[in-house]
Design a protein around this ligand. Sequence first.
Ligand code: HEC
Ligand code: HEC
Length: 275
Amino acid sequence: MADHHEMTKTTPKEFVMATLGGLFAPGLAIFLIVMLVIGIQSRLSGQDSEATADKAVRERIKPFGVSVAIDPNAPRVEMAGEQVYNEVCSNCHGSGALGSPKHKDAGAWAKRIAQGWPVLLDHAMNGFNKMPARGGEPDLTDLEVARAIAFMTNAAGAKFEPVLKKEVEPTAAELARGKVVYGENCASCHDTGVTGAQKLTDAKAWEPLLKQGKDYLYTAAIKGTFGGPAKGGNEKLSDADTRMAVDYMVEQARASVAKAAKAAKPEEKKKAAAK
Ligand code: HEC
Ligand code: HEC
């Protein structure tokens, strides 16, 4: 009976207010929260946005190591060779530290220059004895490293272009030597296709391989990182000879690919048939 007594004390007006309050209070609370969030966001996207974005970028690049030499906030415009030299390479090459060839010392550079551009590029990119890969600055792009090498070597009498394309065509003598090496060490598999070796006449097999570039093929042949034997199984074979064998293989494979491409064109086919 007590309950009934309480109920009767509530006037209809009170009842309506209580109901409305019950319905709208949570709605009001949600509305206020939304307004608060919008308020915070608009404040952030105002004058603070630049600092926030800046911070976000810094956070993102942090795991890759913030470089001392390269300002992480600077727009990534690839540096000129001289700038790369000044900021990175001069740490050693400026004084000849660790036995590095000293900048502008033509005598110290002559033998190195004579190795040719691809070797210099390879050594600077990947490291060579105490020469750290990319001069110890992994943030340098390939082109920046190439430009720095060209800057240093040209200051010591070379005339290199800072090209990344390492595919210097072999000379006729190198190809001839490559053919001999190939005949002695590689033909047993690559002429026949035994054990799955790519036949030189197999354009389909070689097309994707050629796209990998010669450096990949050299490494694959020298180290055997492809499933085939390192140096064709002849560990006495020098790296240089193996490269020349690859040069020869690439030349043959390119011819096969070109022939296949020609055969695929009906017009060319007709012409060939008319001959
Ligand atoms: C920590 C020291 C150090 C820094 C920094 C450094 N080098 Fe070197 N670099 C060496 C040393 C040492 C050698 C000699 C290695 C040898 O012949 O054993 C060398 C050799 C070279 C060679 C010749 C390789 C050859 O095959 O003879 C090139 C090219 C080269 N450095 C490029 C660069 C470039 C480009 C940079 C800057 C991006 C750079 N180095 C930064 C220490 C350094
Ligand atoms: C005993 C057989 C055998 C001999 C000898 C051999 N190869 Fe191979 N080679 C293979 C096989 C098998 C593959 C293919 C592996 C695969 O499936 O990619 C291959 C692949 C290659 C490739 C392509 C790399 C790739 O990613 O597939 C190159 C380049 C190559 N060989 C170079 C050589 C050279 C150079 C020689 C001689 C110095 C040689 N091979 C001798 C079996 C041989």
